[in-house]
Design a protein around this ligand. Structure first.
Ligand code: GTP
Ligand code: SPV
Ligand code: MN
Length: 590
């Protein structure tokens, strides 16, 4: 008798018609075999799936080049198909579940012909934690199978844990024919199903990531009383050896991975990494917030990563042993067979292939690596991994950081007045778009809590859920806002960022202990410069002033955009946030 997983796999195979089915067990040997296949046999668009890189300088590292039309998340092709359009909210594309399934069946029928279907059993979170989610994804791409082994806890034990129950999350993925007209990423929250066709790119294809751990999980969290957030989790150790844990939400390609592995510019401080993208957060028996990372790897932005900005990541990327390290759409130094991307080294190597595999000509003015080129690497190789990464309880949170990419208006850091004010400020948060999603880069849009593309239900209800969480907490943690990306009139970053961001974290942690001083502004509390550690920092007084300025006279547009955004959610918008809006508006116009 076939069990529920076997029955489902059979059903999917009937629809997709693969040449054969390969059940993955997550072993090292298997990953090597799949990479071998990806180098020699399997093709995407007529090209190999993997290229072997220099194994001496980059052990166990491989390059993957994706189809040029398939290099980022496609938010316009991503749908939430819940029976209630109302519950899905204006923040999501919606289709009725039956209609969506009919449409998906049409483009899925026979899509794996001539290909292998890999069955991937994995768990999001420590399998012994109360929040563990057991999942099975099928895919017809070895790159996706190998990536999922790095990003999740994959093993055949998962099948034993699921056993004969049908209590598992299903992910159906096929790269299809890569045509954008037949590319859709569909979520069915009521059936714990993700169905994604036509893309091999990270967030569209590695279904454990945004699809399961954020869109489906945020919906579950709403129903069950917890939070699934686009957040990093870090421990900050001070010179006395005390460790405080923080979570931080920044939109895609706005600095999470770098903050999660920061090498401190202040002596005696050290960052411990627990997660760089997703946090599941619940209220513990002690009335505090506890966070854990459901993932087991990093899918990080390559450009900008170097020994100067993020030495821990470069060391991590070079530590490939049990898990391979994958590079996607980076450039290739053909003299050394090493991956390369803008700013990895100060100078361009002499002979490069660009991210599409063409000879690179610097005179073209083009980028050599794709701006959203990425690496996939196991968190177990992370040189700053916290000893509590795998703790099934997670870690207790002392403070929450939210932030965005704002070239003007918002200061380097500020603190909200209280929980509700923090939720309000998070709800009206804006950020300039990046290459992580298809579309124009550098356009300001509202991106509440960095969750706009990932909240699997009505965001008005999501804000209400946050407010409710605050009420359950004994002592809600303070909520802070950061902006590493403020620019001067010439378009240069005012703040050096990266390792220097520890100064901001230090102030934040001292504020959570009521130690550091702050000054009140209309939008929140900014550091009193007496309490902000500038020892050894080479930023001029005038730039420090600019980096902390609020530009209160320029808030008209900001308020207008926030108001328009809030209006979209109609009566789902909690009254507390309207009240906060009125208070802010009065202060600014006062
Ligand atoms: P996702 O993986 O898309 O969710 O992104 P992320 O938030 O983890 O972003 P990541 O840390 O990969 O950073 C994205 C880009 O911002 C990279 O090019 C970084 O080099 C750059 N960056 C990160 N931190 C800073 C900073 O403090 N200052 C400046 N100027 N750039 C930064
Ligand atoms: C993001 O875009 O926020 C990412 C990369 O972290 S993806 O997995 O594509 O979502
Ligand atoms: Mn992300």
């Amino acid at each position: 008798m076939a069990n529920a997983v076997e029955k489902w796999v059979e059903e999917v195979a009937k629809l997709t018609e693969p040449r054969d089915i390969y059940w993955c067990n997550g072993s090292e040997k298997e990953a090597r075999l799949l990479i071998e296949r990806g180098i020699k046999e399997e093709k995407i668009n007529g090209k190999p799936v993997f290229y072997e890189l220099n194994q001496k300088s980059w052990p166990n590292a491989y390059l993957h080049r994706s189809h040029p039309s398939d290099v980022a998340r496609t938010e316009n092709l991503t749908f939430v198909c819940h029976s209630s359009k109302e519950l899905t909210g204006p923040n999501n594309n919606w289709m009725a579940p039956d209609e969506a399934k009919e449409a998906m069946k049409k483009i899925t029928r026979g899509c794996m012909r001539g290909r292998t279907m890999y069955v991937l059993p994995f768990v999001m979170g420590n399998p012994d934690s109360p929040f563990a989610k057991f999942c099975v994804q099928v895919t017809d791409v070895s790159y996706v199978a190998v990536s999922m082994r790095i990003m999740t806890r994959m093993s055949s034990d998962v099948l034993k844990r699921i056993d004969n129950s049908d209590n598992f999350i299903k992910g159906l993925h096929s790269i299809g024919d890569l045509s954008p007209e037949r590319r859709l990423i569909m979520h069915f929250p009521e059936e714990s199903l993700v169905w994604s066709i036509g893309s091999g790119y990270g967030g569209n294809a590695l279904l454990g990531k945004k699809c399961i751990s954020l869109r489906l999980a945020s919906y579950l969290g709403f129903r069950e009383g917890w939070l699934a957030e686009h957040m990093i989790i870090i421990g900050v150790e001070d010179p006395k050896g005390n460790v405080d844990y923080l979570v931080a939400a920044l939109p895609s390609a706005c600095g999470k991975t770098n903050l999660s592995m920061l090498r401190s510019a202040l002596p005696g401080y050290k960052i411990w990494t627990l997660g760089d993208d997703i946090a599941w957060i619940r209220v513990g028996d002690d009335g505090r917030l506890w966070a854990s990372n459901p993932e087991a790897g990093f899918f990080g932005v390559a450009p900008g990563t170097s020994y100067n900005t993020n030495p821990c990541m470069i060391d991590t990327l070079k530590a490939g042993t049990f898990y391979p390290t994958l590079f996607t759409n980076t450039a290739l130094n053909t003299d050394t067979n090493e991956p390369w991307w803008e700013s990895l080294t100060k100078d361009y190597p002499a002979n490069l292939l660009d991210w599409q595999g063409n000879k690179f000509d610097r005179a073209s003015g083009q980028k050599c690596a794709h701006p959203n080129s990425r690496f996939t690497v196991s968190i177990n190789q992370c040189t700053t991994l916290s000893k509590d990464f795998d703790n099934p309880q997670g870690v207790p949170i002392s403070g929450i950081i939210l932030g965005g990419r704002r070239s003007n208006l918002l200061p380097l850091v500020y603190e909200s007045f209280d929980w509700d004010h923090g939720v309000f400020s998070g709800a009206m948060m804006g950020s300039e778009t990046t290459a992580a999603a298809q579309g124009k880069v550098g356009v300001l849009r509202r991106d509440p809590m960095a969750m706009l593309p990932f909240c699997g239900y009505n965001m008005g209800d999501y804000f209400g859920h946050w407010l409710k969480m605050g009420k359950i907490l004994k002592n809600p943690p303070k909520i802070f806002f950061v902006n590493w990306f403020r620019k001067d009139d010439a378009g240069k970053f005012l703040w050096p960022g990266f390792g220097e961001n520890i100064r901001v974290l230090k102030w934040i942690i001292e504020r959570t202990k009521n130690k550091a001083l702050a000054k009140e502004t209309h939008i929140g509390l900014v550091p009193d410069l007496k309490s902000f550690d500038r020892e050894g920092l080479s930023v001029s007084d005038s730039n420090m002033k600019k980096v902390f300025s609020i530009d209160e006279d320029k808030w008209d547009t900001e308020l207008k955009e926030a108001e328009e955004f809030f209006e979209k959610f109609g009566n789902h918008m909690p009254k507390e946030l309207h009240e906060e809006f009125d208070i802010l508006e009065k202060k600014l116009k006062g």
